[in-house]
Ligand binder design. Sequence first.
Ligand code: AMP
Length: 454
Amino acid sequence: MKEVKVNSFDQLGLAAPIVRALAEEKYETPTPIQAQAIPSVLAGRDLVGLAQTGTGKTAAFALPILNHLLNKRLRAEQRACRVLVLSPTRELSGQILESFRTYGRHARPTAALAIGGVPIGKQVRSLVNGVDVLVATPGRLLDLVQTRAVRLDRVEVFVLDEADRMLDMGFIRDIRKIVTQLPAQRQTLFFSATMPTEIEKLVRELLRDPVRVAVTPAAKTADRVEQRIVHVDRGDKSTLLAEMLKSEPIDRALVFTRTKHGADKVVRGLVKAGITAEAIHGNKSQNNRERTLAAFRAGRVKTLVATDIAARGIDVDGVSHVFNYDLPNIPESYVHRIGRTARAGAEGIAISFCSHDELPYLRDIEKLIKLSIPSTDRRRQRQVAPRDGHQPRHQDRKPNGRPGGHRREQANGHQSRDHHANGYSGNIESVAFLQPKRKDRRHSGGPGARRPMH
Ligand code: AMP
């Protein structure tokens, strides 16, 4: 792959109305994916972008597409669209449309959104006269195609975003159906954070002699994020989260749970502890999710609890902390989750709670990111004195030379590294706030502890 050095958007060959919008957005330098992708897309090539959210990939396709629409001013035909962007979630689709509007504010493309979970009538109406850009989730788009509310035979540019997530969510068949409706003569832009075999197969089917660009492979995205593991008994996670949310200097925190039910439970625990928090997941209505996201963006709600799928594509700058209340069982999800902080050059902190039953997940994650994550231990069993009478070993392990560990604990010399936790280590004080509660004992995370819910 050719190394491209571009320091400004002017150099990329984008039209003046687009460059002006970028200046207004205070985008000064193209991100690596933008610098690599935009020239090829402007030249009309198909493209495979190996990049995840947070790298600036939306602008990497939206900008050259807007440029194309400006250069080739055509009126969209009735019930047709000139650009089709497919994304896996409603949130991400909404954000992509918003990006087109922001970057295209001086180019004024017509645009529409076709997502599930909201009444279809308005979407049907918005398509009657045809649009330049249609951003859609696969299921709703197929409904609209089947009822002839939209036809796809006029698509000039087709974008498939977050293809690997589409695979995870079972959308690949829908995508293949959609592709049969597209004209063979088109430009295809394909983005994915990872390239499993099935996705590579799709690339071979859908793209013609594509240019390939790759930025920050999944295993490296974590570099700008300060990561910590806290070993904790499962039943104590709720108390620990509330305590940390109160003690950490938090601008905005995103808390991940594996299940929707788990997300609601975490919110209830936090509210009980006096912390304003909201959950966002698939069981909430679209309106509710949008309201919650807006409140989080505006800083009215500082803590948002989300499942992986709901959080996918949440594009909020200024998330200072990501908490993994549950460790994900898919290690790539860990990288996606912690990538929600440290966006667009900022730094962030990712704190992951690991109960005994999640240790195998932690091992998988560390294998993937090729990093030993510094850890502290907040399990109660550590209150038992070491059998050999020695004081536990403390280490401040700092991967990549970055400051590691909980600042307060480090300052007190409490940081311990006891990953896979078979010994006694750490300090009594750090667990003292967790007074054993009778009902928590059954969740104490021993070898017989429950498997996490999926
Ligand atoms: P994305 O990967 O498309 O989700 O973009 C991540 C975030 O980076 C979004 O909040 C964008 O507004 C922001 N962004 C994208 N490109 C740039 C750029 N060149 N300079 C500054 N911020 C950017």
